[in-house]
Design a protein around this ligand. Structure first.
Ligand code: UDP
Length: 314
Protein backbone atom coordinates (compact mmCIF):
# COMPACT_ATOMS: atom_id res chain seq x y z
CA UNK A 1 0.00 0.00 0.00
CA UNK A 2 2.80 2.48 0.78
CA UNK A 3 3.91 2.53 -2.87
CA UNK A 4 0.45 3.58 -4.10
CA UNK A 5 0.22 6.94 -5.76
CA UNK A 6 -2.78 9.10 -6.63
CA UNK A 7 -2.92 12.08 -8.96
CA UNK A 8 -5.53 14.57 -7.75
CA UNK A 9 -6.63 17.13 -10.36
CA UNK A 10 -8.03 20.23 -8.69
CA UNK A 11 -5.95 19.47 -5.58
CA UNK A 12 -5.99 23.10 -4.37
CA UNK A 13 -9.78 23.22 -4.43
CA UNK A 14 -12.27 22.63 -1.65
CA UNK A 15 -12.93 18.90 -2.08
CA UNK A 16 -9.60 18.24 -3.84
CA UNK A 17 -7.54 19.42 -0.87
CA UNK A 18 -9.52 17.20 1.54
CA UNK A 19 -8.98 14.23 -0.78
CA UNK A 20 -5.23 14.86 -0.84
CA UNK A 21 -5.16 14.68 2.96
CA UNK A 22 -7.16 11.46 3.00
CA UNK A 23 -4.91 9.67 0.53
CA UNK A 24 -1.81 10.79 2.44
CA UNK A 25 -3.40 9.51 5.66
CA UNK A 26 -3.97 6.15 3.96
CA UNK A 27 -0.23 5.95 3.24
CA UNK A 28 -0.35 6.92 -0.44
CA UNK A 29 1.87 9.33 -2.30
CA UNK A 30 -0.07 12.15 -3.93
CA UNK A 31 0.68 14.44 -6.84
CA UNK A 32 -1.71 17.36 -7.08
CA UNK A 33 -2.39 19.37 -10.21
CA UNK A 34 -4.15 22.74 -10.18
CA UNK A 35 -4.10 25.95 -12.24
CA UNK A 36 -5.41 27.88 -9.22
CA UNK A 37 -8.27 29.48 -11.16
CA UNK A 38 -10.63 28.95 -8.22
CA UNK A 39 -8.42 26.89 -5.88
CA UNK A 40 -5.71 28.32 -3.65
CA UNK A 41 -2.31 27.16 -2.36
CA UNK A 42 -3.50 28.12 1.13
CA UNK A 43 -5.64 24.96 1.12
CA UNK A 44 -2.43 22.91 0.94
CA UNK A 45 0.08 25.06 2.81
CA UNK A 46 0.06 22.76 5.86
CA UNK A 47 1.47 20.03 3.57
CA UNK A 48 4.49 22.11 2.48
CA UNK A 49 6.91 19.79 4.30
CA UNK A 50 5.12 16.52 3.44
CA UNK A 51 7.62 14.50 1.36
CA UNK A 52 4.88 12.26 -0.10
CA UNK A 53 3.04 15.24 -1.65
CA UNK A 54 3.89 17.52 -4.54
CA UNK A 55 1.84 20.08 -6.46
CA UNK A 56 2.17 20.82 -10.16
CA UNK A 57 0.74 24.19 -11.19
CA UNK A 58 -0.79 23.40 -14.58
CA UNK A 59 -3.99 23.63 -16.61
CA UNK A 60 -5.23 20.11 -17.42
CA UNK A 61 -6.61 21.43 -20.73
CA UNK A 62 -3.01 21.32 -21.94
CA UNK A 63 -1.67 17.79 -22.56
CA UNK A 64 -0.95 16.31 -19.19
CA UNK A 65 2.26 14.49 -18.44
CA UNK A 66 2.72 13.13 -14.94
CA UNK A 67 5.59 10.64 -15.08
CA UNK A 68 5.91 7.61 -12.83
CA UNK A 69 3.50 4.92 -11.68
CA UNK A 70 -0.07 6.01 -10.87
CA UNK A 71 -2.76 3.88 -9.23
CA UNK A 72 -5.62 6.41 -9.40
CA UNK A 73 -6.42 9.66 -11.24
CA UNK A 74 -9.09 11.67 -9.41
CA UNK A 75 -10.50 14.49 -11.51
CA UNK A 76 -11.86 17.19 -9.18
CA UNK A 77 -10.78 20.09 -11.39
CA UNK A 78 -13.58 22.52 -12.27
CA UNK A 79 -15.08 25.80 -11.17
CA UNK A 80 -18.08 24.52 -9.22
CA UNK A 81 -20.07 27.37 -7.72
CA UNK A 82 -22.63 29.16 -9.89
CA UNK A 83 -20.83 32.52 -9.70
CA UNK A 84 -17.50 30.88 -10.51
CA UNK A 85 -18.72 29.06 -13.58
CA UNK A 86 -20.70 32.05 -14.79
CA UNK A 87 -17.50 34.12 -14.44
CA UNK A 88 -15.40 31.46 -16.22
CA UNK A 89 -17.80 29.90 -18.75
CA UNK A 90 -15.23 28.80 -21.30
CA UNK A 91 -12.73 27.50 -18.76
CA UNK A 92 -15.59 25.48 -17.21
CA UNK A 93 -16.62 23.95 -20.54
CA UNK A 94 -13.02 23.24 -21.51
CA UNK A 95 -12.02 21.62 -18.23
CA UNK A 96 -15.13 19.41 -18.33
CA UNK A 97 -14.37 18.25 -21.88
CA UNK A 98 -10.74 18.65 -23.02
CA UNK A 99 -9.49 18.48 -19.43
CA UNK A 100 -11.42 15.31 -18.64
CA UNK A 101 -10.19 13.66 -21.82
CA UNK A 102 -6.59 14.55 -20.94
CA UNK A 103 -7.17 13.06 -17.50
CA UNK A 104 -8.65 9.89 -19.02
CA UNK A 105 -5.65 9.58 -21.36
CA UNK A 106 -3.33 9.90 -18.39
CA UNK A 107 -5.26 7.14 -16.57
CA UNK A 108 -5.12 4.91 -19.64
CA UNK A 109 -1.39 5.41 -20.15
CA UNK A 110 -0.67 4.65 -16.49
CA UNK A 111 -3.18 1.78 -16.18
CA UNK A 112 -4.79 3.80 -13.36
CA UNK A 113 -8.38 3.87 -12.14
CA UNK A 114 -10.13 7.12 -13.13
CA UNK A 115 -12.54 8.85 -10.74
CA UNK A 116 -14.79 11.59 -12.15
CA UNK A 117 -16.33 14.20 -9.88
CA UNK A 118 -19.69 14.61 -11.53
CA UNK A 119 -22.61 16.51 -10.05
CA UNK A 120 -26.28 16.51 -9.16
CA UNK A 121 -26.50 19.26 -11.82
CA UNK A 122 -26.64 16.46 -14.42
CA UNK A 123 -30.26 16.10 -13.18
CA UNK A 124 -30.90 19.79 -13.90
CA UNK A 125 -34.20 21.06 -12.48
CA UNK A 126 -35.35 17.53 -11.68
CA UNK A 127 -38.82 16.18 -12.40
CA UNK A 128 -38.07 13.02 -10.41
CA UNK A 129 -37.70 13.45 -6.66
CA UNK A 130 -35.57 12.28 -4.94
CA UNK A 131 -33.07 11.72 -7.73
CA UNK A 132 -31.91 8.21 -8.52
CA UNK A 133 -28.92 7.43 -10.75
CA UNK A 134 -31.29 6.00 -13.38
CA UNK A 135 -32.89 9.43 -13.92
CA UNK A 136 -31.68 11.18 -17.12
CA UNK A 137 -32.39 14.67 -15.91
CA UNK A 138 -34.08 17.87 -17.02
CA UNK A 139 -31.31 20.21 -18.14
CA UNK A 140 -31.72 23.42 -20.13
CA UNK A 141 -28.94 23.08 -22.74
CA UNK A 142 -28.89 26.79 -23.63
CA UNK A 143 -29.41 28.46 -20.23
CA UNK A 144 -26.69 30.14 -18.15
CA UNK A 145 -26.04 27.01 -16.05
CA UNK A 146 -25.50 24.91 -19.18
CA UNK A 147 -21.79 25.78 -19.24
CA UNK A 148 -21.42 23.66 -16.10
CA UNK A 149 -24.26 21.14 -16.47
CA UNK A 150 -23.54 20.17 -20.06
CA UNK A 151 -19.78 20.06 -19.47
CA UNK A 152 -20.37 17.58 -16.65
CA UNK A 153 -22.81 15.56 -18.76
CA UNK A 154 -20.19 15.43 -21.53
CA UNK A 155 -17.62 14.45 -18.89
CA UNK A 156 -19.79 11.47 -17.90
CA UNK A 157 -20.29 10.52 -21.55
CA UNK A 158 -16.59 10.56 -22.38
CA UNK A 159 -15.77 8.70 -19.18
CA UNK A 160 -18.17 5.92 -20.21
CA UNK A 161 -16.69 5.94 -23.74
CA UNK A 162 -13.20 5.43 -22.31
CA UNK A 163 -14.58 2.58 -20.25
CA UNK A 164 -16.30 0.94 -23.25
CA UNK A 165 -13.75 1.49 -25.98
CA UNK A 166 -10.43 2.02 -24.18
CA UNK A 167 -11.04 -0.33 -21.23
CA UNK A 168 -10.19 2.27 -18.62
CA UNK A 169 -11.38 1.35 -15.12
CA UNK A 170 -13.72 4.25 -14.24
CA UNK A 171 -15.79 5.62 -11.36
CA UNK A 172 -18.41 8.37 -11.53
CA UNK A 173 -19.44 10.19 -8.34
CA UNK A 174 -22.51 12.43 -8.72
CA UNK A 175 -21.79 14.89 -5.96
CA UNK A 176 -24.65 16.81 -4.36
CA UNK A 177 -24.22 20.07 -2.40
CA UNK A 178 -21.16 19.57 -0.20
CA UNK A 179 -19.95 22.00 2.47
CA UNK A 180 -17.25 22.40 5.08
CA UNK A 181 -13.98 24.14 5.88
CA UNK A 182 -12.03 25.55 2.89
CA UNK A 183 -15.04 26.64 0.89
CA UNK A 184 -14.16 30.08 -0.43
CA UNK A 185 -15.91 32.82 1.54
CA UNK A 186 -16.75 34.65 -1.67
CA UNK A 187 -17.66 31.68 -3.89
CA UNK A 188 -21.30 32.81 -3.82
CA UNK A 189 -22.74 29.50 -2.68
CA UNK A 190 -25.40 29.47 -0.07
CA UNK A 191 -23.33 27.99 2.78
CA UNK A 192 -20.38 30.43 2.82
CA UNK A 193 -22.62 33.36 1.83
CA UNK A 194 -25.21 32.93 4.62
CA UNK A 195 -22.60 32.04 7.24
CA UNK A 196 -20.41 35.04 6.38
CA UNK A 197 -23.44 37.34 6.36
CA UNK A 198 -24.59 36.10 9.77
CA UNK A 199 -21.07 36.40 11.23
CA UNK A 200 -20.71 39.97 9.94
CA UNK A 201 -24.17 40.95 11.15
CA UNK A 202 -25.33 41.59 7.59
CA UNK A 203 -28.72 40.63 6.14
CA UNK A 204 -29.02 37.13 4.68
CA UNK A 205 -29.74 37.29 0.93
CA UNK A 206 -32.48 34.78 0.19
CA UNK A 207 -32.98 34.14 -3.53
CA UNK A 208 -36.66 33.80 -4.48
CA UNK A 209 -39.13 32.86 -1.75
CA UNK A 210 -36.76 30.31 -0.20
CA UNK A 211 -39.05 27.36 -0.92
CA UNK A 212 -36.45 25.69 -3.18
CA UNK A 213 -34.69 22.77 -1.50
CA UNK A 214 -31.14 21.49 -1.19
CA UNK A 215 -29.54 18.64 0.78
CA UNK A 216 -26.14 19.33 2.34
CA UNK A 217 -23.33 16.82 2.79
CA UNK A 218 -20.37 17.47 5.09
CA UNK A 219 -17.05 17.23 3.26
CA UNK A 220 -15.60 14.40 5.40
CA UNK A 221 -18.57 12.21 4.47
CA UNK A 222 -17.97 13.07 0.82
CA UNK A 223 -14.30 12.04 1.02
CA UNK A 224 -15.22 8.75 2.72
CA UNK A 225 -17.63 7.97 -0.15
CA UNK A 226 -15.02 8.76 -2.81
CA UNK A 227 -12.45 6.58 -1.04
CA UNK A 228 -14.91 3.67 -0.90
CA UNK A 229 -16.02 4.21 -4.50
CA UNK A 230 -12.44 4.01 -5.75
CA UNK A 231 -11.96 0.68 -4.01
CA UNK A 232 -15.38 -0.70 -4.93
CA UNK A 233 -14.74 -1.65 -8.56
CA UNK A 234 -18.19 -0.23 -9.40
CA UNK A 235 -18.20 1.46 -12.83
CA UNK A 236 -21.63 3.14 -12.97
CA UNK A 237 -22.59 6.53 -11.48
CA UNK A 238 -23.17 6.73 -7.73
CA UNK A 239 -24.95 9.59 -5.95
CA UNK A 240 -22.83 11.07 -3.18
CA UNK A 241 -25.00 13.33 -1.06
CA UNK A 242 -27.05 13.68 2.08
CA UNK A 243 -30.76 12.86 1.80
CA UNK A 244 -31.56 15.34 4.61
CA UNK A 245 -33.48 17.94 2.60
CA UNK A 246 -34.10 21.55 3.68
CA UNK A 247 -35.79 24.51 2.06
CA UNK A 248 -33.38 27.42 1.64
CA UNK A 249 -35.59 29.41 4.06
CA UNK A 250 -35.13 26.63 6.65
CA UNK A 251 -31.42 26.72 5.94
CA UNK A 252 -31.32 30.51 6.51
CA UNK A 253 -33.07 30.07 9.88
CA UNK A 254 -30.66 27.28 10.83
CA UNK A 255 -27.71 29.58 10.09
CA UNK A 256 -29.25 32.30 12.30
CA UNK A 257 -29.72 29.75 15.09
CA UNK A 258 -26.24 28.20 14.85
CA UNK A 259 -24.35 31.49 14.47
CA UNK A 260 -26.51 32.95 17.22
CA UNK A 261 -27.40 36.25 15.56
CA UNK A 262 -30.82 37.44 14.45
CA UNK A 263 -29.81 39.16 11.25
CA UNK A 264 -32.54 40.10 8.77
CA UNK A 265 -33.45 37.94 5.82
CA UNK A 266 -33.86 39.97 2.60
CA UNK A 267 -35.24 38.65 -0.69
CA UNK A 268 -33.32 38.80 -3.96
CA UNK A 269 -34.40 37.54 -7.40
CA UNK A 270 -34.12 33.82 -8.03
CA UNK A 271 -31.32 33.12 -10.56
CA UNK A 272 -32.42 31.70 -13.92
CA UNK A 273 -32.91 27.90 -13.96
CA UNK A 274 -32.24 27.58 -10.22
CA UNK A 275 -33.37 23.98 -9.46
CA UNK A 276 -36.57 23.92 -7.37
CA UNK A 277 -35.74 20.72 -5.52
CA UNK A 278 -32.70 18.54 -4.98
CA UNK A 279 -32.29 15.45 -2.85
CA UNK A 280 -30.28 12.31 -3.54
CA UNK A 281 -31.60 8.79 -3.35
CA UNK A 282 -28.53 7.08 -1.86
CA UNK A 283 -29.75 3.47 -1.99
CA UNK A 284 -26.99 2.63 -4.46
CA UNK A 285 -24.22 4.12 -2.30
CA UNK A 286 -25.64 2.29 0.73
CA UNK A 287 -25.69 -1.02 -1.11
CA UNK A 288 -22.44 -0.83 -3.13
CA UNK A 289 -20.26 1.21 -0.79
CA UNK A 290 -21.85 0.41 2.58
CA UNK A 291 -21.83 4.19 3.00
CA UNK A 292 -24.16 6.82 4.35
CA UNK A 293 -23.51 10.25 5.87
CA UNK A 294 -22.27 10.11 9.46
CA UNK A 295 -22.02 13.79 10.31
CA UNK A 296 -25.30 15.44 11.27
CA UNK A 297 -26.33 18.85 9.99
CA UNK A 298 -25.79 20.81 13.23
CA UNK A 299 -22.43 19.14 13.87
CA UNK A 300 -21.14 19.79 10.33
CA UNK A 301 -22.44 23.36 10.35
CA UNK A 302 -20.81 24.09 13.73
CA UNK A 303 -17.43 22.91 12.41
CA UNK A 304 -17.90 24.99 9.25
CA UNK A 305 -19.00 28.10 11.16
CA UNK A 306 -15.99 27.78 13.50
CA UNK A 307 -13.68 27.71 10.49
CA UNK A 308 -15.36 30.70 8.84
CA UNK A 309 -15.43 32.66 12.10
CA UNK A 310 -11.61 32.80 12.07
CA UNK A 311 -11.50 33.86 8.41
CA UNK A 312 -14.19 36.51 8.67
CA UNK A 313 -12.37 38.17 11.58
CA UNK A 314 -8.81 37.52 10.53
N1 UDP B 1 -29.02 30.96 -2.62
C1 UDP B 1 -29.62 32.01 -1.91
N2 UDP B 1 -28.85 33.08 -1.54
C2 UDP B 1 -27.51 33.17 -1.84
C3 UDP B 1 -26.91 32.09 -2.55
C4 UDP B 1 -27.70 31.01 -2.92
O1 UDP B 1 -30.82 31.98 -1.60
O2 UDP B 1 -26.88 34.17 -1.46
C5 UDP B 1 -29.85 29.81 -3.02
C6 UDP B 1 -29.78 29.51 -4.51
O3 UDP B 1 -30.73 30.27 -5.24
C7 UDP B 1 -30.08 28.03 -4.54
C8 UDP B 1 -29.51 27.52 -3.22
O4 UDP B 1 -29.37 28.67 -2.39
O5 UDP B 1 -31.47 27.79 -4.56
C9 UDP B 1 -28.17 26.81 -3.37
O6 UDP B 1 -27.34 27.66 -4.12
P1 UDP B 1 -25.79 27.38 -4.33
O7 UDP B 1 -25.24 28.55 -5.11
O8 UDP B 1 -25.13 27.08 -3.04
O9 UDP B 1 -25.67 26.07 -5.20
P2 UDP B 1 -26.61 25.26 -6.21
O10 UDP B 1 -27.18 24.17 -5.38
O11 UDP B 1 -27.68 26.16 -6.77
O12 UDP B 1 -25.67 24.79 -7.24
Amino acid sequence: MSEQRAVVLGAAGFIGSHLVERFLAEGWRVTGVDNLITGTRRNLEHLAREPRFDLIEADICAPLDVPGPIRAVLDFASPASPIDYLKHPFETMHVGSIGVENALRLAKRAGATFVLSSTSEVYGDPLEHPQRETYWGNVNPIGPRAVYDEAKRFAEAITMAYRRYEKVDVRIARIFNTYGPRMRLDDGRVVPTFVAQALRGEAITLFGDGSQTRSFLYVDDNVEAIWRLLRSGYQEPVNVGNPHELTIMEFARAVQRLVGTRVDIVQRPLPEDDPKVRKPDISRAREILGWEPKIGFDDGMRRTIAWFRERVRG
